[in-house]
Every structure is written in structure tokens, then in C-alpha cells.
Design a binder for this molecule. Sequence first.
Ligand SMILES: Cc1ncc(COP(=O)(O)O)c(C=O)c1O
Length: 228
Amino acid sequence: MDKILDIANRHDLIVIEDACQAHGATYKEKRVGSIGNAAAFSFYPAKNLGAYGDGGMVVTNDFQIYKRIQKLRDYGQEKKYHHVEIGYNRRLDTLQAAILNVKLPLLDRWNEARRVNAALYGKLLNHPKIGLPQVINDVEPVWHLFVVQVDQREKLRNYLSEVGISTGIHYPIPIHLQPAYQHLGYQKGSFPITEQAAERIISLPMYAELSADMVSYVVEKTIGFLSE
Ligand SMILES: Cc1ncc(COP(=O)(O)O)c(C=O)c1O
């Protein structure tokens, strides 16, 4: 973030943090979401702090951004029935807000449970064919996902599915290869590292309630398959 903020300062840019997978994570002991000019959090049900349906939040310390977001989420209204710009209907549903209010105090505990699971995966998943996620300096992640890299990703996925282990791919198609962004002119080969990662990544089970036995089972099956 320091490097990004430095570039932004030099070029007079604002920084919007995508903190949608990072509720509670810290950078240099500061919570993410409080570092840039504004940040977005997703409360999609599978997130570390998830609602029972869709939801999200923008946070900012900038009064002007706060006023603008307030308008944009409410049909561009400055006051009721006075539309000063074209906006959206993006108010957080009251029922989801109530559910999130109950869940929020538990977030730190759930994140800690994810950290314990990530540490166990890191310790046990010791195999030359597995690329483990690396935590960079000054960062305390919250392990929304536990993504490893392997060459035979599809074969491993199928095998794990056969032995009762669900996995995911986050995400299989890089943005520059999505039809929606074809107009930007990028093609296969434009971002080779991203493209290679998209073919090798696999998200192993990760959530607060995952037990040490379950982690060990995933590790045993994964290493067993890669050792064949
Ligand atoms: C990093 C990241 N940003 C943004 C989003 C979008 O969040 P939502 O589905 O709540 O709009 C997601 C959701 O998967 C995400 O993982």
C-alpha cells in the first residue's frame, strides 16, 4: 500500500481499496479499508463477514466522498425527491444490516480461526509440487481463501471431489480475457504471469469452522495425489 499511495500522491490520483476479501486484515497494523481515500467491503454470504443475501459497504474518511456515496446509493437524491445526479438503488437492506450487526462482534474470532487453519495448511502442505501462498512483510491477512498452485489443477480438483473435498477457482478467467473488456485491446499473452496463475490456482477449503482433522484430511489427500 505504501508504494501504491506513493504513486497516487505523485500523480494526484485517489486510491480506492478493494477490501472485499479482507475484513479485519491489517497493513502496518492499520486495518485495511482505512488506508486509501475510500474502500469497498462486500458482505456476499461467503465473505469473512457475510450477510444472508447480498450487501456491501463503502467506508471513507473524506467528507466529500461520503456525501457523494450517500447520494449515489439513494437514486442521486440530496434530500427526498430531489435528484441532483443519476444514482442507483444501493441501500443496505435493513434485514441484512441486522444480521451483520450480530455477526460483526464475532469477526475477529472467526478470522483467528482462519489464521490457525492457514498456519496448519502451511505447516503440513509441504510438497515440491505445491506452491503455497506467501505472506509479505507488514501484512496480517484474514485468509478469505487458501489458494495454492499446482500443475495438474483439474486432475487434482476431480480427485479431491471424488474423496468428498470441495474446491474452488478464484478466478478461472483473468479480467483482460473477459469478453466484457475486449475493447481494451489485451489478448492472450498480454499478462503471462496472471494467465499462468489462472491455470494453476486452486482454493482449498477454508472457513472458521474447519477443524484441524478436516485440514489434515485435505492435506493427506492432496499430497497423496501429487505423490503418485
Ligand atoms: C476482491 C473482490 N472485490 C469485489 C467483489 C464483489 O463483491 P460483491 O459480490 O458483493 O459485489 C468480490 C466478490 O467476490 C471480491 O472478491
